[in-house]
Design a protein around this ligand. Structure first.
Ligand SMILES: [Zn+2]
Length: 370
């Protein structure tokens, strides 16, 4: 049976056909390491871990790249508050990321590129975008000109005209279009900065994922993942940058996005006090329960987190374990032993296995049959 996946780009389920037979290349947007991972971080990485494991189980050789945004305002702010360097913060929370993801049995990506190690690659891409007429300089800043890239808006289904009409009045006057975005930002006092042809500064956020994906996966690859909040502008901008730079399309064959997480049916936010860190949850629940809870809802659907739901997931997992244990006991019986009851269970197990593959082949529907 063919594997079908929901592609955000075409807004439909499509049969998965790898660019190279037997191989899958995937890029997943990683975290900005300025704090411990929260429950909203756990969802995409557990989801992508299961997608990768299933693809491997189906015989594909998967190559998985996931970045760390280790240069960012939030990191710089945290560093300034603590009176330490930005990379002290980034290194501390990259270690914290691995600590909880290892506990959650999230298999590590093959490459974890960091922005700070790829400044030269980023500068080269920005320079070429300027040379090709897709980007322009304003003082020490470089902006991408969205009007130069005709398919802009294809991923998010937005039109530049609508975006222009909806833009706030106080938009930066130096931009040619309100949606133009920074590829390179000139240095502000007290910020980390790198030398560039446009003066000292640092990369904008979006360009890092284009640079790192193109470097490790080539001009076009199979899967790109991330939370649905990244569709616009981050992933829209990644397409614009990458395809303008390479002159090749598509940059990505299948765009997959996971749904958001609410906590007690409210949007998760620090100000609401419902901001749950994974390490705090793991102090109360085994990692398998959190994993099971997240996978009990299809990855594209919204997921509501609460203590009751987590406890419920724990009970469901226990029932599943008991069932597996009982089936294992039956399997140990010699052929035909156990009578009619054993035969019934064996038939049910075979059917469940077939249903499992059918569900997973249908856009990785881990939730079915829960
Ligand atoms: Zn990204």
């Amino acid at each position: 049976m063919a594997l079908r996946v929901y592609n955000t780009l075409t807004k439909q389920k499509e049969e998965f056909v790898p660019r190279e037979p037997g191989k899958v290349k995937m890029y997943v947007c990683g975290v900005t390491p300025y704090n411990h991972p929260h429950i909203g971080n756990a969802r995409p990485f557990i989801t992508w871990d299961v997608i990768r494991r299933y693809l491997e189980h189906r015989g594909f050789a998967v190559f998985h790249v996931q970045n760390f945004t280790d240069i960012d305002d939030k990191i710089i702010n945290t560093a300034n508050q603590e009176g330490v360097t930005w990379d002290t913060i980034a290194n501390r929370y990259i270690a914290a990321y691995f600590e909880v993801m290892d506990k959650l049995n999230v298999r590590r990506a093959h490459v974890y590129p960091r922005v700070s190690d790829h400044i030269g690659d980023i500068i080269a891409i920005v320079q070429r975008l300027i040379d090709k007429g897709y980007a322009y300089t304003v003082g020490g800043d470089v902006y991408y000109s969205v009007e130069k890239f005709a398919p802009y808006g294809q991923l998010s289904g937005r039109s530049l005209e609508d975006m222009k009409a909806g833009a706030r009045i106080d938009v930066d006057e130096r931009k040619r279009h309100p949606m133009d975005f920074a590829l390179w930002k000139s240095a502000k006092p007290g910020e980390p900065a790198w030398d560039s042809p446009w003066g000292p500064g640092r990369p904008g956020w979006h360009i890092e994922c284009s640079a790192m994906a193109l470097k490790y996966l080539g001009n076009g690859f199979d899967f790109h993942g991330g939370g649905s909040d990244l569709i616009f502008p981050h992933h829209e901008n990644e397409i614009a940058q990458s395809e303008a730079y390479t002159g090749e399309a598509p940059f990505v064959r299948y765009w997959l996005h996971n749904g958001f997480i609410t906590v007690n049916e409210e949007k998760m936010s620090k100000s609401l006090g419902n901001f749950f860190l994974v390490k705090d949850i793991l102090a109360h629940y085994p990692p398998e329960v959190l994993r099971f809870f997240i996978l009990s809802t299809h990855y594209r659907s919204p997921l509501d987190f609460s203590d009751e739901r987590l406890a419920e997931a724990g009970r469901s997992l226990e029932r599943l374990r008991t069932a597996v244990h009982n089936i294992r006991q039956l399997e140990k019986l010699p052929g035909g032993a156990g009578g009619e009851q054993a035969d019934t269970v064996r038939r049910a197990a075979a059917q469940a296995k077939a249903e499992f593959y059918a569900a997973m082949d249908d856009d990785f529907n881990t939730a079915l049959g829960d």
